[in-house]
Design a protein around this ligand. Sequence first.
Ligand code: NDP
Ligand code: MG
Length: 384
Amino acid sequence: MRSVTILGATGSVGTSTLDLVEREPTRFRVEALTAHSDVDGLAAAAKRTRAAVAVIGDATRLGALKAALAGSGVEAAAGPEAIVDAARRGADWTMAAIVGLAGLEPVMAALSCGKAVALANKESLVSAGAIMIRAAEDAGARLLPVDSEHNAVFQCYEPAPGRVSRIILTASGGPFRTWTHDQMRGVTPAQAVKHPNWSMGAKISVDSATMMNKGLELIEAHHLFPVGADKLEVLVHPQSVVHSMVEYVDGSVLAQLGDADMRIPIAHALAWPDRMTTPCARLDLARIGQLDFEAPDEMRFPALALARAALAAGGARPAVLNAANETAVAAFLAGQIGFLDIAATVEEVLAQYEPDAPLTLAEVVAIDAEARHKAVSVMRRIAA
Ligand code: NDP
Ligand code: MG
């Protein structure tokens, strides 16, 4: 039996992971489940799976969690430190599916146990990539990519030096792929979170709409598949059938295809190095008929260019980019800034703040905090 911990169990990736885990009760046993504020969702999942412990990040909700778990035998805990403790319990397999840099300390704690860590939480890798990869190597932990593109590359990738000539990340282009810059000015949060192909949490849906998501994914790919930033490309593919491709020096291109259902890459990571059955729809290419591809437009989607520049510059740039983006996306979702202000805010924070490359986790956290602070002042000026 493989013990499983899910960090961010109540989210989109978390519930998809639970769905797979619960289908095979003789294969998987749940150690810990965590959430931020969704007591009901967390308690229901913990009771169903007979988890050893359930942790709610918002410490004011401990009483509610205890009440919801009364008599179930599931231990209750609360607060950010308790989430880190849950990650450190050393399950055989941990899903890192907290959204944003809030997931960084838990994922580092999970890596320190030297087991398998399935990574959905791309923001942590973007901001603390080198530190995280080193920590995984030092502990002998196995990072399994869950992001659909990176999972696709992982399935097609031969890590021997000198073999890979290009990694091509596909992008749906999001809901505004064909919109003009002017049309995008008036985009509302409700329009931005409505992704044409994937059902996801609000933050990543907005990132897909600005294409910052693909920018973050370029940086994520750079850490997971160190072939050199100049060999990473983005290709818009509106149907989201080809999830990414690896080109080899001989001209062969390997791709992974499948229905746009996150349970497919999650199942790959959950069963790895084996495979498991899923209830996901089978790909019907005859019905789909046609697959389209086009170059990304970095003029209409400047977030992609900002992320590419941050990747090329390295150092603290990706951490600043991520922090400014998280802050701006939250403000957009709260109705405080416009859609186009997201990339404008990130660009301005990057222009204002150029700290040295972080060498420790504490330095990443400090750079992140300062970049958020600067993003708030930039947005205040934009909104005025
Ligand atoms: P959701 O917003 O749906 O879920 C986020 C999860 O994290 C919830 O369980 C939430 O708890 C928890 N959480 C939120 N804030 C905190 C916090 N401060 N401390 C602790 N826990 C917190 O996000 P998604 O599932 O969509 O995405 C999760 C991660 O996976 C992101 O990094 C995203 O980029 C990545 N990803 C997602 C994909 C998708 O299809 N959704 C695809 C590829 C990558 P609560 O419910 O209580 O708020
Ligand atoms: Mg992705």
